[in-house]
Every structure is written in C-alpha cells, then in structure tokens.
Design a protein around this ligand. Sequence first.
Ligand SMILES: NC(=O)c1ccc[n+]([C@@H]2O[C@H](COP(=O)([O-])OP(=O)(O)OC[C@H]3O[C@@H](n4cnc5c(N)ncnc54)[C@H](OP(=O)(O)O)[C@@H]3O)[C@@H](O)[C@H]2O)c1
Length: 315
Amino acid sequence: MLYSKSSSTGLSVSRFGLGTHYTIGDRLDLKQSQRILQEALSIGINLIDTANTYAEGECEQILGQLLKTVHHSQYLLATKLFFPIFDGPNGNGLSRKHIIESTHQSLKRLNVDYIDVLQMHRYDPDTPIEEVVETVRNLRYQGKILYWAVSQWSTKQLKAAIDLGERPIWNQLPFNYFYRKNTNLIIEMRKLGVDCLSYGALAQGVINESYLNAGHSKGSRIFHRKAAQSLYHNIPSDLATLKKLSECCNKRGISLFEFSVGFCELECDPVSTLIGSYRPIHFENMSKYIIEHSNIVTVIKEIVDELNLSSKSPT
Ligand SMILES: NC(=O)c1ccc[n+]([C@@H]2O[C@H](COP(=O)([O-])OP(=O)(O)OC[C@H]3O[C@@H](n4cnc5c(N)ncnc54)[C@H](OP(=O)(O)O)[C@@H]3O)[C@@H](O)[C@H]2O)c1
C-alpha cells in the first residue's frame, strides 16, 4: 500500500479507503462484511469510511462487532453525521445537540473509545458555524474524536471554520471522469491546507468493463435507491464516451479501474480515494494498482493529453 501524509496533521492515510455505503449492513451480512474488512486490512488499507445513516446504523453496528478483534492503531475510523437519524426537529443537522447525540450513538455502535475522524456530512446553514466549531473542539478535548472533517463544503464554509481556529482535515468530494466540477474548489482547498478525500471515482461502478460489456447486474451499486438520485445517474446513457475511453485504456494496457483511480489522483491529488469495494477481485485490482502505480500514472498522463482531459478543461 502507499500512504499519504495529511497536509495539516501528522496522520498517514492509505491511498485507498474502504467505502461502506450500500455494502456493509446492506448487500453484505456480518460474515461477508468480515471477509471484506479482512481483505481491506490485509492489503494495507487503514481508512474505513462510514456514516451514522449507512444501512440505518447497521453499518456502524457491524463494523463495531468486527473491529473488536483489531487493535485501533491499525485503522482510522471515519464516520459522518448530518442527515436525519433520529425523529423530531433535532434529529439531524449540526446543532450542538445533534452532533453530541449522534456522536455518542456512533461511539456505542462502533464499540470504540474514540472516533478517529468525525465528518460533517454536509454544511448546515441553520446552525452558526461557531456552535459547530466549539462542539467539535470540545469533543476532541474530551478524547471522543481525534480529528474532524467535512463533506461537500464550499471554500467560504471551510474558511469560516478555519477563521475560528478549527481546520477540517479533509473535505470529501465526488470526482470522476464524468464529474469534474470540483477542480476549482480543490485548488482553493489546497491553499487552505484542507485535503481532498475523493469518492465516486468509478461513478458508482459505471466506469468499469463489466458495465460497458453487459450492463449492470441487479445487485450493482447503481441500482441502489440513493444512486438513482445521484450526481451521475445520467451516465448510463453515455456509453459511447465510455467506449472511447475504454479503447484508449485497452490500447495502453490499463483497466478502467486503474484509469479512474489514477485520473482522480492526477487531477485532485487526494489524500485517499474511497472505493465502495465488496468483492475479492476489487481488492486484487487495488493491489495491482499500487504495485504498478508509477507506470499507470505515466500512461494516464498520455491518455489525459490525448483526450484533452486536464482540469484546465473541466466539464
Ligand atoms: N461524503 C459523501 O457524501 C459520500 C457520498 C457517496 C459515497 N461516499 C463514500 O464513498 C464510497 C465510495 O462511493 P460509491 O460506492 O458510491 O462509488 P464508487 O466507489 O465509485 O463505486 C462503487 C462501485 O464500483 C464497483 N467497484 C468497486 N470496487 C471496484 C474495483 N476495485 N474494481 C472495479 N470495480 C469496482 C462496484 O460496482 P458494482 O456494484 O456494479 O459491482 C461498486 O459497487 C462510499 O462507500 C462511501 O463510503 C461518500
């Protein structure tokens, strides 16, 4: 595995992170989840990304059971809060009340003394940023969290937190061949010392050979109800573009998976890329990527030039 140093902290993060949305507690039961977690840890992945809402809490619960046998020094557990998890008007958002209640519940489900990275799943325009920052700071002082991070926050929102003395260590952002809208934000984030933690590099599984050749099987990520409302739901119609990309990759001996991850790495320089992997072959793909990393990056630079894909011309 390759590890990146977070820009603003001493943390080392594996180049791939294990995404768990619509896998652990959804498509995967306890036993299947155990195998996936073992595969991830065995190839050196140390970042596990979840959220209090994934599988309505079941994802955190299963992770809590499985991680009992793994020393906490071996993994970074990152969970999220913001979306409704409790009934009532305070059951979501970033108020002090919700952050504290949600964090306590996640700690219980995850069965850990502390959460490595507490992530604010979205910005909350209805809560003063001072309240969010103070709550995060207190949680850290209490030892319940080690770091905090955000997802899909704008430059202005990030700056507001930093001005109050609390820099989120990363901002989770979607980025892939079909979705390159965040390039300017990433440039601004770099100036602020906030890393990009990228997700959706495979456009939820659309960017892969099996989709190109046979469409998706029923169990695929893309059919998940949330995916139907996702940023990339129009992609299936874009097969011609994907075919061209695939031919380009084939010609140079790399897979669409390798292209997708390497392209994201070149354009976003993420601290890590979250992938929603859930089959043994997925982990083999990741290991191969790491082994052939420098060659793959060189080849992708050629493809980027050939297809004029650089971030200077974002879609
Ligand atoms: N912060 C946020 O708001 C946010 C939003 C979305 C996701 N996330 C995080 O990011 C993670 C990844 O996102 P995602 O699952 O939506 O998208 P993704 O990683 O782009 O796509 C996952 C799909 O790609 C295919 N796949 C996975 N690993 C593969 C591999 N090694 N080789 C080839 N194909 C592979 C599978 O498709 P099939 O299912 O077709 O087999 C899988 O379901 C999530 O699990 C979650 O942790 C965060």
